[in-house]
Write a protein that binds this ligand. Structure first.
Ligand SMILES: [Zn+2]
Length: 417
């Protein structure tokens, strides 16, 4: 039965139709029409699979709407350059922020310490890094170090030549932040040619209380226990958020659809959770798991979270320091003929973190871990489009997910805590 479910999910025409339809909605930046359109599409697909609409779990958050962003060189050859404001960057006002640029290279903590005296009052330039690798230093840490050292502004350059500018969250809060924007590798080089430039950075944005929804569909089994299959809806505005995370959403739909006819035979139920505002410090899933009571959390035996599962043929489970979960994942994947890597440390880089934080065995399945040359390098750039993935990789990741989810639901006992 489980092999049939995996074959049905991975071979389904719907997998590619859903993937294309989700990409068609655009980048799905939280609070935009694109996110709303995607959510409505997912709601209708979950309703078809579950034979009734999914539960809509309301999420209140402080919305941030992107306005124009401009970068001008005030000295030397002058000129203006493309830039993209980072999520939740404070505004500069129409007069902009004028300051000299300081290039800290990669922007490690040591880089900041070495030039601490020069950072104050300047706009710092650091480099974006491949997102999913053991040694990655996240942009939000660099942004914090910039603020800690008194920087006036923050620029982060894409590390991939020709890939355009990079976006992402800044980590700014209403209480603490400096204007922040992403630029291309070529812009960074131009700004440093002939010595550090004096720049004017202008960021326009507005903030207002907003509301969105997580979508939760329960497909009950025989016992009142659950395996959760989660994926995030929202993304970034530069492209289609195809790898991150239309791949995870489409695979979750295909797996749920293949599982639905078999649920009466399953020990525990399948709960499909589509979270939003993930790109905003995992806000949607944080609220959801926090609001469950102890008994509801205890009934969740595992969370399998899909985030960026194609873009490389190689898949890794981030196993959040749960030894038993890791052993079970590797053994189950191998039993179904799938290669799966594992990375043990708890990583706060997707919604599985909020389950793990509450003691629920939780994993993120991700493609291209430590493969810095894979297509995953285009996540957060204009290159995160459907053309960046191979259909065979999405089908293979879906087959693995289906095998894991079906085994998790079918097992007589599943005690991975
Ligand atoms: Zn993601």
């Amino acid at each position: 039965m489980i092999a049939d479910i995996a074959a049905a999910a991975a071979g389904s025409q719907g997998l590619i139709e859903d993937f294309d339809a989700i990409c068609d909605t655009g980048g799905r930046f939280a609070g935009t029409e694109s996110e709303i359109t995607a959510r409505e599409y997912l709601r209708s697909r979950l309703a078809e699979i579950g034979a009734r609409p999914p539960m809509a779990h309301g999420v209140e958050y402080l919305g941030w709407t992107r306005g124009a962003a401009r970068l001008e060189r005030l000295d030397g050859p002058g000129g203006s350059f493309d830039c993209v404001s980072l999520v939740r960057s404070p505004t500069t006002g129409p007069q902009g922020l004028s300051a000299e640029l300081i290039d800290l290279g990669r922007g490690t903590e040591a880089d900041f310490q070495r030039r601490a005296e020069e950072v104050r009052g300047r706009i710092v330039l650091v480099r974006h890094e491949y997102m999913f690798a053991t040694e990655t230093i996240h942009r939000r840490r660099k942004y914090q170090w910039a603020m800690d050292h008194g920087a006036a502004g923050f620029l982060i350059a894409c590390h991939v030549p020709g890939a355009g500018p990079v976006t992402g969250s800044s980590g700014a809060t209403p209480e603490r932040g400096i204007p922040a924007a992403g630029i291309s590798a070529e812009t960074a080089a131009a700004l440093m040619a002939g010595g550090p430039a004096t720049l004017r950075l202008t960021v326009e944005a507005s903030e207002a209380p907003s509301r969105t929804e997580n979508l939760i569909l329960d497909l009950p089994g025989k016992e009142s226990e659950w395996a959760v299959l989660s994926a995030h809806i929202d993304g970034h505005h530069l492209a289609e958020s195809a790898m991150d995370n239309a791949t995870g959403l489409a695979a979750a739909l295909a797996v749920a659809e293949a599982m639905a006819p078999h649920m009466a035979a399953m020990t525990r139920g399948l709960r499909v959770a589509f979270f939003t505002v993930e790109e905003w410090a995992l806000a949607g899933s944080a609220l959801y798991v926090d609001e469950l009571d102890e008994a509801e959390r205890a009934a969740i035996k595992a969370d399998i979270n899909l985030d960026t599962i194609a873009g490389s043929p190689n898949l890794t489970a981030l196993t959040s320091e749960f030894d038993k979960l890791e052993a079970w994942l590797l053994q189950t994947a191998a039993a179904h003929g799938h290669a799966l890597g594992a990375h043990r440390p708890l990583m706060a880089n997707s919604d599985h973190y909020n389950f793990a934080r509450h003691g629920i065995p939780a994993t993120r399945i991700v493609a291209g871990f430590n493969e810095t040359d894979s297509a995953i390098k285009y996540v957060l750039t204009p290159g995160d489009t459907r053309g960046s993935i191979a259909e065979s990789d999405l089908r293979n990741a879906t087959a693995l997910t289906a095998a894991l989810v079906a085994e998790a639901c079918a097992a007589e006992t599943l005690e991975l805590r």
